[in-house]
Design a protein around this ligand. Structure first.
Ligand code: ADP
Length: 254
């Protein structure tokens, strides 16, 4: 049960009585657990047939004849990849929310990781300018794949939620005890009241600017769990209509 107590003051400013609101969160918790269980089971079950569809698509690609349009097979292959990514995202979410996020710590050259990440994102960011303001920073001890996932999520969101032709600025600076990375865009931005909610599972802002942008609201949840596990901090600053800057700080040693 969650209790919220608000005192009521008399005209002398002394507390006279109080209003207590009790919310029974048992049901809320049970529903959340059912959702988590469902996602866990469903994504696990979807993985097997998908893996086999993917294998057959690759076989088909190799054995294609002149009368099978290559574009059909490429389209099929692309959609299979999309579906596979979605299933892995759900599986990952289910593992993380079950408390199973394990870090594989190692020595990381963050500048190199950012360069690679920008390179990998070229196909989805041809209409934007990704600008990396590189500075000399010490190596850090962190999970390379997970930090790559954080960077990929933040940069692809910056691209996704800003108009074509706009720049995305990426910075990584030394802040003494660790490194601070920021990803700044000139897109739709995020209203103040939504800024704390966007890190919750399945939360998506609904406004005109976002109407036809697809997503399921899991990326930032995963980002925040990864940063938390690295003993770091994550935040956002935004002026709606002008853009958003996401930043995180993680210590050099974990
Ligand atoms: P998704 O993009 O799949 O919806 P995320 O968890 O990555 O999920 O983001 C949650 C929500 O936060 C998005 O739906 C969007 O409304 C908002 N958001 C995230 N990044 C940005 C950004 N760079 N600019 C504006 N809004 C953003």
């Amino acid at each position: 049960v969650n209790n919220h107590v608000s005192p009521i003051f008399n005209s002398d400013g002394k507390p006279e009585s109080a209003v207590v609101v009790s919310v029974d969160v048992t049901r809320q918790k049970a529903v959340e657990k059912m959702k988590d269980d469902f996602i866990g089971v469903a994504s696990h079950e979807l993985k097997t047939p998908l893996t086999s569809i993917k294998a057959y698509t690759q076989l088909l690609k190799k054995s294609t004849t002149d009368d099978t349009p290559a574009s059909f097979i490429n389209k099929l292959s692309k959609q299979v990849d999309r579906l596979t990514n979605l299933v892995y995202l759900l599986l990952d979410t289910s593992n993380i929310s079950g408390g199973h996020l394990m870090l594989q710590l190692g020595d990381i050259d963050l500048n190199e990781l950012i360069d690679d990440c920008i390179q990998d994102l070229q196909p989805i960011s041809i209409d934007h300018k990704l600008i990396f303001h590189k500075e000399k920073i010490p190596h850090l001890i962190a999970d390379k794949n997970r930090i790559n996932q954080v960077l990929t999520n933040l940069i692809s969101n910056a691209v996704k939620y800003s108009p074509e032709g706009k720049a995305v600025h990426i910075k990584a600076i030394d802040v003494g005890y660790g490194v601070k990375v920021s990803v700044q865009d000139y897109g739709v931005g995020i209203a103040a009241e939504d800024q704390s909610k966007i890190f919750n599972r399945f939360f998506r802002v609904t406004n005109k600017g976002n109407d036809n942008i697809s997503g399921i609201g899991l990326g930032l949840y995963i980002v925040s769990e990864i940063i938390k596990k690295h003993n770091g901090i994550l935040g956002v600053e935004s002026v709606p209509g002008q853009g958003a800057t996401f930043f995180f700080e993680i210590p050099y040693q974990n």
